[in-house]
Ligand binder design. Sequence first.
Ligand SMILES: Nc1ncnc2c1ncn2[C@@H]1O[C@H](COP(=O)(O)OP(=O)(O)OP(=O)(O)O)[C@@H](O)[C@H]1O
Ligand SMILES: [Mg+2]
Length: 355
Amino acid sequence: MASIDISAIRKSYGHFPVLHGIDLTIRDGEFIVLVGPSGCGKSTLLRMIAGLEEVTSGEISIEGRRVNDLAPKDRDIAMVFQSYALYPHMTVADNMSYSLRLRKTKKERIAEIVASASSKLGLDALLQRRPKALSGGQRQRVAMGRAIVRQPKAFLFDEPLSNLDARLREQMRAEIKKLHKELGATSIYVTHDQIEAMTLADRIVAMHGGVVQQVGAPLDLYDRPANLFVAGFIGSPGMNFLNGHYVVEKGAAAVRFANGTQIAVEPRARLGHESIVTLGIRPEHVVISPTGAIEAGVDLVEPTGFGIIMHLSLHGLPFKIFTLDRSAMNTTGAVKVDFPMNRLHLFDAEGQRIN
Ligand SMILES: Nc1ncnc2c1ncn2[C@@H]1O[C@H](COP(=O)(O)OP(=O)(O)OP(=O)(O)O)[C@@H](O)[C@H]1O
Ligand SMILES: [Mg+2]
């Protein structure tokens, strides 16, 4: 196990910059999830940590030792890919023990280590099969087994579950979490699935356009997103954004929209009267109430089984709400809602959070 330090890391392919200076310290035993949209540089960063990609500038250290010029095999890190990358001609047992045989580990010791990993991963009955005779989930398990037997300083995962169907993903996600609890190994996990990020991470690193947007515990990012990107990326259905102006009248603050309606907010010292702002509220935080201060038109009602998503409009401003209350199914015409002040997020014209 090891800590990993990433300092001022930049990467360009030719003249095309991909990562714009990443700083990140990963603690020993921590489970870090890199999350962000396609092309934001997650895999590139992971591959640089593994040594599969050259660093343009900056420094990567593992356990305090600079590894920029160290070959992948000397970094003592195991990587699990989306594509599994198993050897097709080898049995499951041979795939798992391959790295130990390369290291000339004793036969009896190999058998012990493989047996222990295989029982952890539920592979005991499959050890003599070849990869083509396995399901996707089983192959992914073998890929993890192969990583575990090496007892590396850290595990790197690049979208390991994205080839699996939804149910299997959910199951494997829980297993990865259990495995991490058991092994306590430093792990960096790349995904663009925000549910995976929320459920697995000790800390999430949200990336966009080759820049880290926010680092924090999952609920920190959920409750106090640093900017519009993080606010919109984390959570489903996503946060509602309503553009307007911050106004203060007789000491009371509100956001006023182009259509003339306004929503009361807590005063923000940093904002002047008439500043351009975006008001954010999560769909599950809008409250339907017969005494609601805001009357909104009902455009569409979508039952998800678990709850109901309602598409509403506030004099032409569209927003969504999510409720567990099934009686909302029968709503037509208009509905009264409240936007509780303590659930509102404000972002300035640059998209940065204002507390
Ligand atoms: N070998 C390469 N040569 C040139 N450009 C590359 C190369 N590898 C990646 N890129 C570019 O770098 C950017 C980041 O790619 P990267 O694979 O790190 O994204 P990602 O966040 O992992 O995306 P995804 O979620 O789709 O896997 C992309 O714009 C990609 O086109
Ligand atoms: Mg990728």
